[in-house]
Design a protein around this ligand. Sequence first.
Ligand SMILES: [Zn+2]
Length: 519
Amino acid sequence: MADLFAVLDEVLELVPTGDPEQFRACCPFHSDMHPSLYIHLGKGVWYCFGCQEGGTMTTLLRRLGIEATERSSEMKQPILLQILQDAQQCFKSTLVLHRVARYYLQKTNRERFCNVFGLGFCDPQRLRASLSTKYTDEQLVQAGLQARSGQVFLANRITIPIYDINKRLVAFAGRALSDNVRPKYLNTPNTALYQKRHILYGAHLATDLIKTQRQLGKKPVLLWLVEGYFDAMHLLAAGIPAVALCGTALSINQLRWLTSLPVTICLALDPDPAGLTRALEIFLTLRVYGVETAVCSLPDGKDVDQCDPKWLQSRVVHDATRALAHLLFHTSYPPMKLARFFMRLPRRDRSELYRALLTYSPDYAAAVSQAIRALRPRQRRVPKSGITLAELLLSAVAKGIISQQELPRDFPDQLPQALRGIGKHLLSGEPLSEKDAKTLARLLASPLEVSGRALLAAWKVEQARRAVIRILEEAKTAPEETLPALEQRFLEADMALRQALAERDAAIATDDFLAALDF
Ligand SMILES: [Zn+2]
């Protein structure tokens, strides 16, 4: 499967959770009003809290009726890439000859981008003349250059080549020569190579710049998230890592890429109400993922590419509380929508950002907390209670909160029978049964706000207590002559239990949450 994520997102519209590998969706197997189906892509398991179905990715795909077919279109990829390369050559050579286009670029101070970013111009006659001898019409359609009617998509526009993260030329955008032509920007359509909503313009260049800045020891490295192609070019040309959204809402695939980078994302979208609202939503979404964020406060009416990059860098608000207050100040965001974001934020962020709300407006803050209270009961539908200590511990191991090395050697054998398969899978990679996959997915999706140290301590107490009880049971029926040895074992076990209890108390002292759970 080329990209399981993309395939599932297409059918289920995945919603992010706090874990970058885990997503929620409305369950297609029962009537589900809000997402109760959890999918953990990293572990390849799924579980629905509504209908309690679950298992491995294989069963999910089968039940969704998705088969690993339709690979045939990908066979054509090399030729599509070649067609786009040839088109790029043609666009570039056309631009050199096209005085009106060159004049437009000069006038808008964009001529400086021509060579670095490969700008060109699309003259439909020239394009067809240069490609139609080598390729069939059908191939040009497949490459996204023309419609079946023969109409060339980017006719009479400045062309901007779009690369994917692997530095392959996969599509073009076209800018009209006049602001009176609508739309101002146009993209070649989605093809086997290119899905608009999954690509961030400039990502292939930004990645290199991020690497360089990290090697130079720069901290933090900022990746600028901007609105348009020329905004990104403007910053990239100044050596600043930047990517452009180009009018799309941030897709989960883009999010996944952003969250995988060792950077702080600096939002610098257009300073109009629509742009700021989007900035606010992206800001909160990134926080939900645990990504560091900053905001560049642009003055009214100024876009990124009209500002000096040095000056822009001086306008960055790093402090999250102030950044959020800034965004709220410039938007009128409904408290209910903000509450939904807030509930998904990591704990430390929640209180910090709530302070931002108070600074912004105590009334607004009150409205948000009221909205959170109104939303809470529905959230509780995810069964939280009834989870055993063994399950909690396994869940912590699966989530990487507790490493394998920290576990007792005989850990899988200490587990109840029903969980032993999962223990063996996590510790030694033994294959998962469908039933175990379902349980594992449920554990991964269950909230866990307990420290690993405290959990392990609680687990050791339980094991030590069991050992003591076992010896006492044994003593009931043991022959007289074995009693001294048993007593010795009892003393050792009792000592181990005391030690475990002391360790647990030390761990709990630093973990109010576990104390509240009363283990
Ligand atoms: Zn369901």
